[in-house]
Design a protein around this ligand. Structure first.
Ligand code: C2O
Ligand code: CU
Length: 433
């Protein structure tokens, strides 16, 4: 628990090393990361290293891969970093991630092929802890569902009518008082110093619980180079949408003066941004900046893999159909109609075997989009799509991907909407050596 100020409001929250949205952890491919964790919280915790194909016992999922770290005790995470890219880490217990327990993990490539002058790591977050309530208050309210007939309860947190055409309808469940760009709300926007002509590599992480962000610079294209750590065929766009858990790397060329990099929440009010400054002119104030991003738009799930990271051609050995089920009304988010039970995590696991090529067909039976995440592997989307670990699945859409079962263990797959996962939209892939 530490004191901080978010959007001008003094509050206490939980974080890593007393920093909102964690310190940036930086290492190189091939390094062994040692992260000793001391739990100074009043409740048990764990740390998950999102997107890494790491050893199973370092994956940070209580009951499934380790016992939760009790208050006042330590746990040592030690694992080899096998892949370069933009990743992040966060608590994998209850709603803790929705406090400040998340941060960027950047793995540099000793043979980096991209040319750039500077790097800007950007963590986006939708913040409410200490402003409108706690994330647990929100979960409690949402869990009551919409069948509140007879009850005279005002809804404080539930958001109705948030719509995003891009995401195919209902954009989110939760009213968000502050959207943060590296821990800062719009009024305290971060300023990144650069020079005209510099190429900046953006490493953007969506760490939010319930908000997709549309990121871009009004009137200037950015070049998308990676998603979820893996290279893609470069694409110039006006804006890119990131679901919760997704990452995008992009290159932009700096122009003279102040350049705003906007992060607009899909279907919700407010926005976050950062400014690039070349040292001349005066910073625009929030009111002077556009509040929309239009034009050519995409998301990581619609990009094409760079040839160097394509899975080798192979017919699938195993097929699994994963139906996303549940509704806002009952708030009973589930997979194939089954809500994940933390006390019986292995019940209903998806069977796979070592070295199989696994094809997963995700069918979204719900009327909401879900950012679906698989632990311990990076999958490839159909038709030479991107290598990813988190992908947007729109309402009624089917998304097919394949992965190689080359990292034995117990790996969960879940919606990265914090509230959906907590209510049960989690499945498990299990195999041994
Ligand atoms: Cu970032 Cu299990 O997730
Ligand atoms: Cu979901």
């Amino acid at each position: 628990m530490f004191d901080t100020t978010v959007a001008g409001i003094a509050l206490s929250t939980w974080g890593y090393n007393g920093v909102l949205n964690g310190p940036v952890i930086r290492a190189k491919t091939g390094d062994t990361l040692n992260a000793p964790v001391t739990n100074a919280l009043a409740e048990s915790t764990s740390v998950h290293w999102h997107g890494l194909a790491l050893r199973n016992d370092a994956d940070g999922v209580p009951v499934v891969t380790q016992p939760a770290i009790k208050p006042g005790t330590n746990f040592d995470y030690t694992f080899r970093l096998n892949q370069p890219g933009t990743y992040w880490y966060h608590s994998h217990v209850d709603m803790q991630r929705e406090r400040g327990l998340s941060g960027p993990l950047i793995i540099e490539d000793p043979r980096e092929p991209l040319l750039y002058d500077q790097e800007w790591v950007i963590l986006l977050d939708d913040w409410l802890d200490g402003i409108t309530g706690t994330p647990d208050d929100v979960l409690d309210e949402l869990s009551m569902g919409m069948d509140m007939s007879g009850m005279d309860m005002p809804m404080t947190h539930m958001l109705m009518g948030a719509t995003s055409t891009y995401l195919g309808g209902d954009a989110g469940d939760v009213r968000i008082p502050a959207h943060l760009f590296n821990g800062k709300a719009a009024q305290d926007a971060e300023v990144f110093q650069s020079r005209p002509g510099n190429r900046i590599r953006l490493r953007i992480i969506n760490a939010a619980g319930d908000t997709a962000y549309r990121v871009g610079i009004p009137g200037q294209k950015i070049t998308l180079t990676h998603t979820d750590g893996f290279p893609v065929q470069h694409e110039d766009v006006d804006a890119v949408v990131l679901g919760m858990g997704e990452r995008i790397d992009a290159i932009l060329t700096v122009q003279d003066g102040f350049t705003p990099l906007l992060a607009i929440p899909e279907g919700k009010n407010g926005r976050a941004y950062g400014l690039i400054s070349t040292g001349s002119g005066t910073a625009p104030d929030a009111g002077a900046l556009p509040s929309t991003l239009d034009g050519q738009m995409t998301d990581g799930g619609r990009l094409t893999a760079d040839e160097s990271v394509l899975l080798r051609d192979k017919a699938p050995d195993r097929l699994h159909t994963v139906r996303l089920t549940g509704s806002m009304g009952k708030y009973d988010w589930s997979i194939n109609g089954r809500r994940f039970d933390m006390t019986k995590p292995f019940a209903g696991a998806f069977d796979i075997s070592l070295d199989e090529r696994v094809q997963v067909k995700m069918i979204n039976d719900t009327s909401m989009w879900h950012p679906m995440h698989l632990h311990g592997h990076s999958f490839q989307l159909a038709n030479n799509g991107a290598r990813k670990d988190t992908v947007i699945v729109r309402p009624k859409e089917t998304v097919t991907f394949e992965f190689d079962a080359d990292n034995p263990g117990q790996w969960i797959a879940h919606c990265h909407n914090a509230y959906h996962a907590e209510r049960g939209m989690i499945g498990l892939f299990s195999y041994v050596r």
